[in-house]
Design a protein around this ligand. Structure first.
Ligand code: PEP
Ligand code: MG
Length: 325
């Protein structure tokens, strides 16, 4: 089976009827990048940069960060790389920032919410990314965005950093794209307004499922309620993708859901432009994609969005899977 799939590793990800979906890799540090591309990644869909900041006594300086970002862009050899700015705080504590302990870290002080307090740290990350951006196709993604105010603040910071670089004659790419994680339900309801602010979106199915369904996925008492096949989640996906497309914006997905080949027909049918997953899943996903048609996936997704229960969605997927084999 693996040998049969290996054929697809370095072919473009495409359905049997020629519909392209970019299959990208999630990485957590720069040394993972070469293996991701060796596994057939068509880009880096999520570089979780928080690892760079964790388990140490002080923050990495701009040059240290720059070296990591450049390493990934070099490995990408022109393929797109989405660098997500630090998603720290909450359940990812950083000793040297001295953040308060919280009763509810997942609803607390983390990611974009801490950037104003640590403005210099955030700017050092933006500067490092911008300086590295000349080495490839760079995209910046902001985690845990919840409001238009937050993204406007980020854009002000980005503009200020660009002015600094211009004044020092330091080069950066003018094609740099800015995007946000769609992982807080509120964003989905004003996605049209976010289209005026950013170039792209990536749905974080891990947090989105937890916040949409109000289920702490680390709590065993309720974890059986944590399921991204909930019809409410599928309808959210439908609304986000169709609205973003109406406004000429592209949409990816970078949570664990993307690695589940059983769910792939729904993700393709939803019209996602990119799916990012852990590198070892890429070949199997490309192979599975090759056995699907976009038309059929679209019909299936429409049907799934009309299902009242998770069991109905699962039954629909099982029926389709058995018809295909
Ligand atoms: C997500 O929430 O789906 C996501 C990709 O971000 P993380 O898992 O890093 O919170
Ligand atoms: Mg998340």
């Amino acid at each position: 089976e693996q040998q049969r799939q290996a054929v697809y590793a370095h072919q473009p990800a495409v359905t049997a009827d020629g519909h392209r979906v970019e299959i990208a890799a999630n990485i957590a540090c720069s040394i993972e990048a070469p293996a991701a591309f060796a596994n057939g990644a068509e880009g880096i869909g999520l570089f979780r940069t928080e690892m760079l900041f964790m388990d140490r006594h002080s923050a990495p300086d701009e040059d240290e960060q720059f070296n990591h970002y450049r390493e990934v862009l070099d490995a990408a050899n022109g393929k797109p790389v989405i660098i997500r700015t630090m998603d720290i705080g909450g359940d990812k504590p950083i000793d040297y920032l001295k953040l308060p302990e919280e009763a509810n870290p997942f609803l607390g002080y983390r990611a974009v919410r801490i950037y104003p307090q640590f403005e210099q740290l955030f700017r050092s990350q933006l500067r490092a990314i911008l300086r590295a951006s000349v080495y490839g196709s760079t995209r910046i993604m902001i985690p845990m965005i919840q409001s238009i105010e937050e993204i406007r603040w980020v854009k002000q910071q980005l503009a200020a950093v660009k002015t600094e670089l211009d004044n020092s004659n330091i080069a950066y790419s003018k094609q740099l794209q800015l995007g946000i994680m769609v992982e807080i339900p509120a964003v989905a309801f004003i996605i049209d307004q976010f289209c005026q602010e950013v170039d792209f979106f990536s749905i974080g199915s891990n947090d989105m499922t937890q916040y949409l369904l109000a289920v702490d996925r680390d709590n065993a008492q309720v974890s059986h309620l944590y399921n991204s096949l909930a019809p409410a989640f599928l309808r959210l996906l439908q609304h986000v993708v169709s609205t973003a497309h109406e406004h000429g914006r592209w949409v990816g997905l970078c949570g664990e859901l993307g690695a589940d080949t059983k769910v792939l027909p729904l993700l393709v049918g939803a019209g996602l432009d990119e799916i990012s997953m852990s590198a070892p899943k890429i070949t199997a996903t490309k192979a599975a994609l090759n056995h699907l048609t976009f038309e059929h996936c679209q019909q299936l997704f429409e049907q799934a969005c009309q299902c009242p229960t998770i069991d109905d969605v699962t039954a629909l997927l099982n029926k389709t899977a058995s018809q295909e084999t």
